[in-house]
Design a protein around this ligand. Structure first.
Ligand SMILES: C[S@@+](CC[C@H](N)C(=O)[O-])C[C@H]1O[C@@H](n2cnc3c(N)ncnc32)[C@H](O)[C@@H]1O
Length: 356
């Protein structure tokens, strides 16, 4: 998933910095700002017990699947009642269930009526986050998953497996430049492709992993872990505003949407790390309160908190190291119609604290 601040392409950099510093007796790894779950899934594969957390519910669903599931689900409850007949020669349970959901007829529900041109045509604000066909596919699949869950046909692992697959599929066909702060005026090519659920990469593991959906600032105070990995927002862009459509798809809670972009109420999900005056005190408090022996912070040279103030803050609690990596970041220039891409040199930081 194309997610602001995703560490997908930096997994090797994180692995090198974290494994180099952490004594191998320390095995409980908390990814407290977990986003897409790629960091937790990576360190799960390395043998850690993972505790993942994020304040956004769509992120909880992704992490509940990628981190929380350790064996590919069997979908016995859905398949045992004999109603699903595979249309091809597939015999894998997950493939059969995904094929069934992918072939459902569209249904006009909350997504279609609030985020699609057909559904919002006569309304005050016309929105185009999905094509009509994909909006109705989202609704049909989301409703079917909920019906199976409510009628006891899915285990909790299976429920979140399907929700995570749907969130990922919807994001691939979203009619946006990248985030949901705005939609495009014309349906772009990738948004015309039919929404398709795909299999998730499940990391098998014998550990019991935990996934939470709370404010990480509170969680660290009551959590016991060895390694605390922090990857908070770097700038003023709130995730609740930039991914509000995925939040609604995940919750499917029919909120009252506001304005042309259709923002959902989100005051309780705003992050202190997106606010200049609050970020550093919030960070300091988390580093102070955690029981973790090792604290790692991913950040970059364009963030709200400065490199020196981070070093000074962490330095109060023990020995600090800093690893850096340069990368080229491409960003669209302000002109939306004639987008010009500019290359910026950004430095990626990994701060490592050995707490005394
Ligand atoms: C930079 S992203 C993390 C990206 C993630 N490491 C990945 O690779 O996908 C920051 C995440 O922090 C979450 N977040 C922001 N403030 C939070 C808070 N106070 N508690 C928990 N999560 C928070 C956001 O929802 C977002 O998913």
């Amino acid at each position: 998933m194309n997610y602001i601040g995703s560490k997908y392409s930096l997994r090797d950099f994180l692995e090198e910095g974290i494994l180099k510093n952490v004594n191998s007796d320390y095995k409980v790894f908390c990814d407290v700002f977990a986003g897409t779950g790629v960091v937790g899934a990576h360190f799960k594969q390395k043998g850690f017990k993972i505790i993942a957390n994020d304040i956004q519910y769509y992120s909880f669903c992704l992490n509940r699947a990628l981190v929380g599931i350790s064996q590919v689900p069997a979908f016995d409850g859905v398949l045992d009642d004999g109603k699903i007949v595979p249309t091809t020669l597939i015999c894998d349970a997950t493939d059969i269930v995904l094929e069934y959901l992918n072939n459902l007829n569209g249904n006009s529900g909350f997504i279609y009526h609030n985020y699609c041109p057909g559904g919002t045509g006569g309304a005050e604000f016309k929105r185009q986050y999905f094509s009509d066909e994909n909006g109705m596919r989202c609704d049909a699949i989301r409703m079917q998953i909920e019906e199976w869950w409510q009628s006891g046909k899915l285990t909790e692992d299976e429920y979140f497996y399907l929700l995570a697959s749907l969130i990922d599929a919807a994001d691939r066909v979203a009619n946006t430049a990248s985030v949901y702060g705005a939609f495009l005026k014309h349906i772009k090519k990738s948004a015309m492709k039919p929404l398709e659920l795909k299999r998730l990469g499940i990391v098998e593991s014998d550990e019991e992993h935990e996934v939470h959906n709370v404010n990480g600032q509170e969680l660290v105070e009551r959590l016991s872990c060895d390694v605390l990995y922090m990857d908070p927002p770097y700038n003023h862009r709130q995730y609740c505003a930039n991914y509000h459509v995925l939040e609604t798809l995940a919750r499917y809670d029919t909120p009252a949407l506001k304005g042309v972009t259709g923002l959902r109420p989100q005051d309780d999900q705003k992050s202190d790390f997106c606010m200049k005056r609050r970020a550093l005190p919030a960070f300091d408090n988390m580093v102070k309160k955690t029981s973790a022996r090792y604290v790692f912070l991913s950040y970059n040279s364009e963030g709200i908190m400065g490199k020196d103030e981070i070093l000074q803050t962490m330095g109060q609690y023990g020995k600090v190291d800093l690893m850096t990596r340069d990368y080229q970041r491409f960003r669209a220039d302000v002109d939306r119609e004639n987008r010009v891409y500019k290359a910026d040199q950004v430095e990626e930081y990994l701060f490592c604290l050995n707490k005394q």
